[in-house]
Ligand binder design. Structure first.
Ligand SMILES: Cc1cc2nc3c(=O)[nH]c(=O)nc-3n(C[C@H](O)[C@H](O)[C@H](O)COP(=O)(O)OP(=O)(O)OC[C@H]3O[C@@H](n4cnc5c(N)ncnc54)[C@H](O)[C@@H]3O)c2cc1C
Ligand code: SF4
Length: 326
């Protein structure tokens, strides 16, 4: 491992100032991703600013919405009564990720900013535009079984790895961030992560030095009819091949509102807007779910080794909707 400077911030503003003043500095939260990446020589920050002492761990009601602190642990978020009661979809998604030990360490802010699990990104002997811009993409013509079927570019075909973020995308969350001057801004979840385009090295729209302070989730009526389905190679310690987070608001037997977000299919959580729209004003049924899923997945453009994801995605949408509407 390369030498690096370590600082522990006492206030948010100290943390943002320290990171903003050094383009090679990064925040350290639970460390479950950044430290692995440093050990593998994939990321090479020369300074880490530990944010674990900041007062950003609260989970609380904020008017009609609920705010979860960026430094609350994934475990505490998933098991918090406010989350279990209002957003069981988020609890399910978090608990389907990683392992109990990792969820004990991992924070919500770190979860949003965890990096892709593309094997070429981790293998410093291979080209990767995300790790070293301009070197090429090892996965585009390589083993791309785990890679994207929507929204990729010729520069990068990686997928976003988080489970939690797929639920947050379906729940229309808002990310609160703060910079070194104390300026605060809110980013709609759909605009937080990016598609790769020509700059796959950028996973999200945070500016260097901006700190996630909390994630706000608007109250909704999906709690009784929501479901997170994760399909993976093994039952634990595996990232999604395809996942589906869905929430339905059903009144008098008719779907009034619907949310469907997919993981494992794109560089960012993928909102299945075509399928969502198709469900509105209709009675839940197998036929309806099959039609909506087909319409969404027709737009997929699979790579050489991941054609299976189109069928898998279609079936996963149908199954998640059936579970949610049951
Ligand atoms: C073996 C293994 C299996 C896993 N399986 C899954 C899985 O199935 N599903 C899943 O979703 N995840 C999985 N994970 C990933 C895990 O969820 C993430 O590593 C974790 O959520 C990252 O959180 P952290 O607090 O440890 O972040 P860190 O490692 O501390 O930081 C990650 C990144 O976020 C930045 N950062 C941290 N906090 C902030 C903040 N407040 N503001 C701005 N930037 C910030 C850091 O600078 C860094 O770039 C797995 C991890 C491992 C090691
Ligand atoms: S898919 Fe993206 S992360 Fe993977 S090798 Fe290509 S550029 Fe790198």
């Amino acid at each position: 491992m390369r030498p690096f400077k370590y600082d522990r911030a006492k206030k948010s503003n100290d943390a943002t100032k320290m990171v903003a003043s050094n383009k090679n500095a990064k925040f350290l939260a639970g460390g479950t991703n950044i430290v692995d990446l440093m050990k593998e020589n994939v990321e090479r920050p020369d300074a880490l600013v530990d944010v674990n002492n900041l007062e950003l761990k609260q989970i609380k009601s904020m008017g009609s919405n609920i705010s979860i602190g960026a430094l609350a642990k994934n475990k505490d978020t998933a098991n918090h009564p406010l989350i279990k009661q209002n957003f069981p979809l988020l609890t399910q998604a978090i608990l389907s990720g990683a392992s109990a030990q990792i969820r004990n360490m991992a924070t919500n802010g770190g979860n949003l900013n965890q990096r892709t699990r593309c094997v070429y990104f981790y293998d410093t002997a291979t080209p990767c535009n995300k790790r070293e811009p301009g070197t090429g993409c090892g996965a585009a013509e390589g083993l791309n079984r785990m890679h994207a079927i929507f929204g990729y570019s010729d520069k990068c075909v990686a997928t976003h790895p988080s489970d939690m973020c797929i639920a947050l995308a379906a729940l229309d969350a808002v990310v609160h961030v703060e910079d070194e001057k104390g300026n605060k801004r809110k980013i709609l979840f759909g605009a937080y992560h990016r598609l790769p385009g020509d700059t796959p090295e950028k996973d999200n729209n945070l500016k260097h030095g901006e700190l996630i302070t909390s994630i706000e989730i608007p109250k909704n009526k999906f709690a009784n009819n929501s479901y997170y389905l994760k399909v993976r190679d093994r039952a634990s310690y595996a990232f999604a091949l395809v996942s589906v987070a869905t929430g339905l608001e059903i009144k008098n037997g008719i779907i009034r509102k619907s949310r469907i977000a997919m993981g494992g299919v794109a560089h960012k959580p993928w909102r299945a807007m075509i399928a969502e729209k198709e469900l509105i004003g209709k009675k839940p049924s197998q036929k309806l779910f099959e039609r909506a899923a087909k319409m969404e997945m027709e737009r997929a453009k699979p790579l050489e080794h991941n054609k299976y994801k189109v069928t898998l995605g279609e079936r996963a949408i149908v199954r998640a909707l059936k579970m949610a509407s049951a």
